[in-house]
Every structure is written in structure tokens, then in C-alpha cells.
Design a binder for this molecule. Structure first.
Ligand code: 5GP
Ligand code: MN
Length: 316
């Protein structure tokens, strides 16, 4: 059931023990929104735990509360008044779904949200879930401090490509300005998140050699099969390099993370890439979406390209 921001605040107020979670394969918004909300609710005297069913990249250790993020273990069970799932639909919270016995409040900005939670606050116009959390803290009467600000700014900055993408609105900028006024040091975050080991920068260069251009240059992508990923982990930022190629509308990366299991990232400058991701059971935003294809790299590549070309064709 969809509810308003005021109702969302009321649901949070009426709970005392709260578990927060976000999507597997967590990004800056998933982690930043979880921790930002955690700090805010703790300021209200709530007992709050954060669990994410994945490893949290070490770069995020710059965020206050990073070390408090738990990872569910097999058979673990937690009773709480409320489970809050941020930046996600319930199908992507992994083992947390079975681990926490509580009603679920879902707070999200993905237009593809499946509305399966007991209560859902969805704002598809928000650039990041962190933008919603900031509004929610205001609704709850929490005064934003530096810890909350650092986390929420990270969500906002990463989901907007450091305030460059089309989801950046005047509201996004006003929120960012407010967060800076709370004591956020923006370069501390950007430097921590941009830092790469030397070998990874070199891997990025070699992965970029594998970019292929399709559909007269309107589509570009790179596929890394299981063997390639065993040799070198997939470099961060690869999709961003594909996306900047002149004339490219749709950019993709396809990574065979486990044998016969490929993670796909999609980006666009115009086409609605949720139309592609949804065909493989994924989702996301108009200009940034993703999905998983349970095939080997070569077969998944063929399926993916076929659907991209179909969706591209249908738009013209
Ligand atoms: P990324 O390419 O960075 O993994 O994901 C881009 C966007 O699509 C993010 O907002 C992410 O949450 C969403 N997304 C990625 N993969 C999936 C998926 O398998 N299912 C759904 N529903 N959303 C996804
Ligand atoms: Mn997000």
C-alpha cells in the first residue's frame, strides 16, 4: 500500500526497534540512505540496526557508521518492530527478508518498485533515496548533523553522477546545499570513493579495449566473461566510460560474476532502459537500470543485444 511522507514518518515514530536494509550489490545511495536514516532514528532514541546481505566496498568506510553494517548469516533471526527497506524492492534484499520478523516499510525512488511491501513510500522524482530520507528527517523533526549529512550527501552525489545526470533537480541541489551546511566535507567523500588501486586503473584500460560498438554507434558495451573476471575483478567506473562515447545512446556492461550468471548494467542518454531491464526481470530508472541473466557470457550477450536493438527500434 502506498503512503505519504507524513504517514511514513508516523510509521517510524510508532516503532522502537528498527532494522534497516537496502539492495544487494549496494551502491552509494543504498549505503548512504541506510546509514543516514540510522543516524536520524538513533537521534530520536530508537534502537536501530542496519543489515545488508552483501559485502560493503571498503571505500565506503569514509561514512560514519560503516562498521555497524551487519551481514545476515544463515539461519539468523531477528525480531523488531519494523523493517525499513530503502532504495530497493523487496526482491533484492536477500536473506534479510527471512531474517527479520517485522512489518515492512519500503522507501524508494525506483519507478519499477513492485509495491509488495506492507507500506511503500515511493517518489520517482527524487534523484536518490537519500533525498527522500532528508525530507523524512525534516518531517520527523530531526536536526541534521554531520554524520547524517555525510551519508545522505553520498547517496545524492553517487546517484546523480556527482550532480551531472538528468535526475538532478533544483530540489536535489537545495538538499545538497543543506547537507553542506550540516558540515559535510564533499571532497572527503569524492576522494575516498574515486580512489582506485593502480592495478584496477590498468584493468580499466584493458577492459575499455574490449568495448564494442553496435547499431551504427548508438549502442556500446563491454562483456567480461567468468575467466576474464577470475584474472581481474571488474573495474569500477567501466559503464561510465562506455556511456561517454560520442553518439552512444545505450551503454551496457555484462559481467559473468559466477559461471552462467551475468550481471548487466544499462545506461542511456535518452532511451528508457527500464524497458530492457524489465524484460530480464530487473529494473531501475529511465537512464540507469540493471538485471541479471542466468546464462553464460556469450549467450547472455546475444539475448541482451537482441532486446536492446528491439527496444531501440520500437522507439524510432
Ligand atoms: P547498476 O547498473 O548501478 O547496478 O544499477 C543501475 C540502477 O538499476 C540502480 O538504481 C539499481 O538499483 C537498478 N538495478 C540494477 N540491477 C537491478 C535488478 O536486478 N533489479 C532491479 N529491480 N533494479 C536493478
Ligand atoms: Mn538510488
Amino acid at each position: 500500500m502506498q503512503i505519504s511522507l507524513t504517514e511514513t514518518a508516523a510509521v517510524l515514530k510508532s516503532a522502537q526497534s528498527i532494522v534497516i536494509t537496502a539492495h544487494v550489490n549496494p551502491d552509494g545511495d543504498a549505503i548512504g540512505s541506510s546509514l543516514g536514516l540510522m543516524h536520524g532514528l538513533k537521534a530520536l532514541g530508537k534502537e536501530v540496526q542496519v543489515f545488508i546481505d552483501d559485502d560493503i566496498p571498503a571505500a565506503f568506510s569514509v561514512l560514519p557508521g560503516y562498521e555497524l553494517i551487519g551481514k545476515p548469516t544463515e539461519g539468523q533471526s531477528i525480531a523488531a518492530d519494523l523493517l525499513v527497506a530503502v532504495d530497493v524492492s523487496l526482491d533484492r534484499i536477500g536473506k534479510v527478508a527471512e531474517m527479520v520478523i517485522a512489518p515492512v516499510l519500503n522507501i524508494d525512488h525506483h519507478i519499477t518498485n513492485d509495491n509488495q511491501a506492507d507500506k511503500l513510500y515511493l517518489d520517482g522524482t527524487a534523484a536518490a533515496t537519500a533525498e527522500i530520507i532528508y525530507q523524512l528527517l525534516g518531517e520527523l523533526g530531526v536536526i541534521c548533523d554531520r554524520d547524517m549529512g555525510m551519508c545522505l550527501y553520498t547517496g545524492l552525489a553517487t546517484d546523480t553522477g556527482w550532480f551531472r545526470f538528468s535526475n538532478t533537480t533544483p530540489e536535489t541541489m537545495r538538499t545538497a546545499a543543506d547537507l553542506l551546511a550540516c558540515g559535510v566535507v564533499p571532497n572527503l567523500i569524492s576522494e575516498a570513493l574515486e580512489q582506485r588501486p593502480f592495478a584496477e586503473v590498468q584493468n580499466l584500460a584493458s577492459a575499455m579495449q574490449k568495448i564494442e560498438l553496435l547499431a551504427e554507434g548508438k549502442v556500446a558495451g563491454v562483456c567480461l566473461d567468468y575467466a576474464a573476471l577470475q584474472e581481474h575483478e571488474a573495474p569500477e567506473g567501466l559503464i561510465g566510460m562506455v556511456r561517454v562515447i560520442e553518439g552512444v545512446d545505450v551503454a551496457f556492461t555484462l559481467k559473468e560474476k559466477e559461471p552462467n550468471l551475468c550481471r548487466v548494467s544499462l545506461r542511456s542518454k535518452g532511451l528508457d532502459v527500464t524497458k530492457i531491464a524489465l524484460q530480464f526481470g530487473g529494473g531501475g530508472h529511465v537512464r540507469a537500470a540493471g538485471c541479471t541473466i542466468a546464462k553464460d557470457c556469450a549467450a547472455a550477450r546475444i539475448d541482451l543485444i537482441k532486446v536492446i536493438l528491439q527496444v531501440l527500434e520500437a522507439e524510432h
